[in-house]
Design a protein around this ligand. Structure first.
Ligand SMILES: [Zn+2]
Length: 182
């Protein structure tokens, strides 16, 4: 993985991205996650299941650590992937996280128009970032875009967004993370 396409944030979230094609994006995102997760975690697998329709090709993604690594060294990580234009984007949460997701969109007039239409004229903020924040929060809650998703409960959440450096077209990513509360 090109070192220029990895971002280690001060909050402990690590993000990587790559260009891919529609038919390879699943494998590309999982490869990014394998490279983001510490090699001390050994072989890792992924499991995905939609909480709504039970399909296994979408929905929350979970890391499966194999038992070749002694239990005390295993650090379960929350992960998330998103796709925008030609990019696959993957992120790993720091260990003290109890909910986590990212969402990405291409920063373009076309996305802006689609977001404005999707959120409706009554939504005060219909920027691309408003959209990616809402999607990231909905993914972190594992509810999808249903119910009151445009006015989500963000208690204990940290929500941040950024423009991925050196991407053409430019990519906006929002991160929703709930800190672990004991
Ligand atoms: Zn589903």
């Amino acid at each position: 993985m090109d070192a220029e396409s990895v971002l280690a944030r001060p909050d402990g979230v690590r993000i990587a991205w790559t260009t891919t094609t529609a038919s390879h994006r699943r494998e590309a995102s999982r490869q990014l996650l394998r490279e983001l997760i510490e090699p001390t975690q050994g072989e890792i697998g992924f499991q995905q299941q939609c909480p709504i329709c039970a399909a296994r090709d979408h929905g929350p993604l979970y890391v499966q650590l194999t038992d070749t690594v002694p239990a005390p060294s295993r650090t379960p990580r929350l992960v998330s992937v998103s796709y925008a234009g030609p990019f696959a984007i993957a992120a790993v949460a720091p260990s003290e996280s109890s909910a986590f997701a990212i969402d990405a969109e291409i920063d373009s007039d076309r996305t802006r128009a689609a977001v404005k239409e999707a959120l409706g004229p009554d939504t005060p903020d219909h920027s691309i970032r408003a959209w990616t924040r809402l999607e990231a929060i909905a993914k972190a809650h594992q509810t999808g875009l249903r119910g009151e998703w445009t006015e989500p409960d963000t208690t204990d959440f940290e929500i941040t967004d950024l423009q991925l450096p050196r991407t053409e077209p430019s990519v906006i990513v929002s991160i929703a993370r709930r800190r672990h509360l004991c």
